[in-house]
Design a binder for this molecule. Structure first.
Ligand code: GLV
Length: 311
């Protein structure tokens, strides 16, 4: 039999992963955190937020698979073995959930649903002025698989949609911006800003006071990427000054969000517990199975991560 596949995550879907992998690969030597056995036998690590230094103890590991689409949880490990290829999942199910989550908050803001809920509580029949969809400009930071899906869906609803990425990208029907200069111009046209960037050295703290100030007054912010992009004090100040209308946040610097964090009770902030997109073993496994087969056949891997760019 080939080497062992170790599931190193504290999530509770190990049995599902074993089932879906065996459906594609036949019987496997599947290990979990509580039963890693002889770690020299581990060929493949399936990882989500592994303990620092753990993968380095798998001396013969040949492939590291990120069980999330983001890989910052792996690259944060300064003991991660150099030169061992890293691949990440590409999960259609997760991609769809992420864009759905962004659309939900954007539409709720766009259609003033919270204000109508207040009117209902006061038994007030009070139609409000509205902004036409063609005048509500949406911007998506990060144009990878999830960002592209999200821009496509906003554009299909008729929102003038733009995207920003580190390097230049062209997408049909989407205005695109890139790099440092493009960032300021991009922000200035975002009535709704959706963050779906990876967390890298370059993107940590990218949404600071200057960035929020560049957004048009009354803008709405949706973060489905990583809390590390945001300078929390700057976001809170922009909300409190009335510059931003609100924020829907699914991700935070520290998760779980501390019980005394101001986000929990801020009237303009909606908090969800990192649920915008959940990895689903059923939809994520085909790419993982393909990569395991490719590794064992000595073929080129798919969905590879470049540790230098961080995605
Ligand atoms: C979730 O945060 C992921 O990276 O897939």
């Amino acid at each position: 039999m080939s080497g062992a596949i170790a599931y190193i995550s504290r999530d509770t879907d190990s049995a599902q992963w074993k089932t879906v992998l065996e459906a594609g690969l036949g019987p496997i030597d599947f290990r979990t955190l509580d039963r890693l056995g002889n770690t020299d036998e581990i060929e493949i690590a399936l990882a989500w937020k592994p303990d620092r230094g753990l993968i380095a103890t798998f001396e013969k590991v040949k492939l590291i698979v990120s069980l999330g689409m983001g890989v910052d949880h792996l690259l944060a490990d300064d003991k991660l073995p150099q030169g061992v290829p890293i691949v990440r999942i590409m999960d259609e199910g997760l991609v769809g959930q992420m864009s759905e989550y962004a659309l939900y908050w954007a539409l709720r803001h766009h259609r003033e649903i919270d204000r109508y809920a207040e009117s209902q509580r006061a038994r007030l029949w009070q139609p409000l002025d509205f902004i036409d969809t063609i005048h509500r400009r949406v911007g998506v930071m990060g144009l990878g698989t999830i960002g592209q899906d999200t821009t496509r869906k906003f554009a299909a609803l008729g929102f003038p949609t733009a995207g920003w990425s580190r390097t230049a990208k062209t997408l049909p029907g989407i205005e695109t911006f890139h790099g440092q200069d493009g960032f300021a111009r991009f922000l200035a046209r975002c009535d709704i800003l959706v963050d779906i960037l990876p967390l890298t050295r370059d993107t940590r703290g990218i949404l600071d006071a200057a960035a929020f100030a560049r957004l048009p007054k009354g803008a709405y912010f949706i973060n489905i990427a990583r809390g590390g992009h945001v300078v929390d004090a700057a976001l809170l100040a922009a909300l409190d000054s009335g510059h931003l209308a609100g924020a829907a946040l699914d991700v935070f610097h520290q998760e779980p969000l501390a019980a005394d964090h101001p986000y929990w009770t801020h009237p303009k902030v909606r908090v969800t517990p990192h649920i915008a997109g959940a990895t689903n073993p059923r939809t994520a496994s085909p790419g993982v199975i393909e990569n395991i087969k490719r590794l064992r056949a000595g073929r080129e891997l798919i969905n590879r991560v470049d540790p230098k760019t961080g995605y």
